[in-house]
Design a protein around this ligand. Structure first.
Ligand SMILES: Cc1cc2nc3c(=O)[nH]c(=O)nc-3n(C[C@H](O)[C@H](O)[C@H](O)COP(=O)(O)O)c2cc1C
Length: 340
């Protein structure tokens, strides 16, 4: 998650047995320092330090938004750490030129850092199929449904239909690329469902915004905790990008965020110029720029927001998701077995 997931959150997730990702930074050059900070944190964990020492790979991934990434800078940084602490994975998302651009990034990253695995985030069966059968097949496909917080494809389906359809499409063509389901998963129940649908694992974003480790403004975090009934209180739009001055996201994408005063004024017919003026006055006030009533700035969050009720350490979330999903799947097997 852009800026919000830094080394502290990513390492905490990995320490608990998940795989944490450092989100894209404000500038591509920031990756260097983020990786250095991750190495320092990993060295404080006996388990992760031993992993790094034996595998030679940093047990943390990094995320890149291709449309505003810098391939040259990224490759240079990855080449510099390839022999000592390459990130175990790079998560590629949002190309401006589709799979062709993903292929170029994949090829260059693999050449610079051969031990780094390529994860590609997609949101349609067609894109998943195209990616799995591309010239530079990814190691993992993250299949993201419409419930997800932050940016995704404007036209999208929930993981309920997307994951099994992608799974069928890949299986029928003997693709062995594993699927990670993302979008709408906030606890072990969602994870168990996604595994049942054909995913090999799950990715959570919104849930981790309510952790002490997230790099998040307290006003933003409070808005996440207050959010309920995500289908009614979040919206997919480019409005919040535009209010923040980010005008050039590729048109295929919009972002899901909590509805606030800016959205309500937009719907009521306020001009963009006036809305932006109010937004720009609210932002310097800090924490009050977020929130349902008076908030005006982007509060990216998924429909799962209604399940996020308290701030919890990232490690606790990872363990609960793992243990609850195992228990649910075990009980389901037991229940089905008892019927026969
Ligand atoms: C605030 C926020 C920022 C995000 N930023 C990015 C990003 O920069 N790149 C990316 O690939 N995904 C991004 N995501 C998506 C997450 O990586 C993840 O796939 C998604 O949040 C999963 O859905 P969920 O929010 O329902 O858990 C972001 C999500 C949120 C909530």
């Amino acid at each position: 998650m852009l800026i919000l997931s830094g080394p502290t959150l990513a390492v905490a997730v990995s320490e608990a047995g998940g795989l944490g990702f450092i989100g894209p930074g404000a500038q591509p050059e920031h990756l260097q320092k983020e990786l250095e900070d991750a190495v320092a944190l990993v060295s404080q964990s006996k388990r992760l330090a031993s992993h790094l020492a034996t595998s030679g790979v940093l047990p943390v991934g990094i995320g890149i938004q291709l449309w505003k990434g810098d391939l040259g800078v990224t490759v240079k940084i990855l080449r510099g750490v390839a022999d000592s602490h390459p990130p175990c994975a790079v998560w590629l998302f949002a190309p401006r030129r589709g799979q062709e651009e993903i292929d170029v990034w994949s090829r260059e990253i693999r050449a610079a850092s051969p031990r780094t695995r390529i994860w590609v985030q997609v949101a349609s069966t067609q894109d998943a199929f195209g990616s799995a059968h591309s010239a530079d097949t990814p190691d993992v496909l993250v299949v993201q449904g419409t419930d997800a917080g932050g940016h995704s494809r404007v036209k999208s389906a929930s993981i309920m239909t997307l994951v099994p359809e992608v799974s069928d499409a890949l299986t029928s063509t003997y693709s062995r690329v594993p699927i990670i389901a993302a979008g709408g998963i906030g606890d072990g129940r969602g994870a168990a469902a996604a595994l049942t649908l054909g995913a090999a694992g799950v990715a959570l974003g919104t849930r981790f915004l309510a952790t002490p480790e997230a790099r998040i403004n307290p006003g933003y975090q409070r808005a996440i905790l207050a959010g309920r009934d995500g289908g009614q209180t979040t919206v997919r739009t480019q409005l919040y990008n535009h209010l923040r001055g980010t005008m050039n996201w590729p048109e295929l994408y919009d972002a899901r965020g909590l509805i606030n005063a800016s959205w309500r004024d937009h719907v009521a017919g306020m001009s963009f110029e006036q809305n932006k003026e109010l937004h720009d006055k609210a932002v310097p006030k800090g924490e009050s720029a977020w929130g349902d009533e008076e908030g005006r700035t982007a509060t990216y969050a998924g429909t799962v927001v209604g399940l996020v009720k308290e701030v919890k350490p990232a490690a606790k979330i990872v363990k609960e998701v793992r243990e609850t999903s195992k228990a649910i799947l075990g009980k389901t097997l037991e229940f089905l077995g008892s019927d026969t």
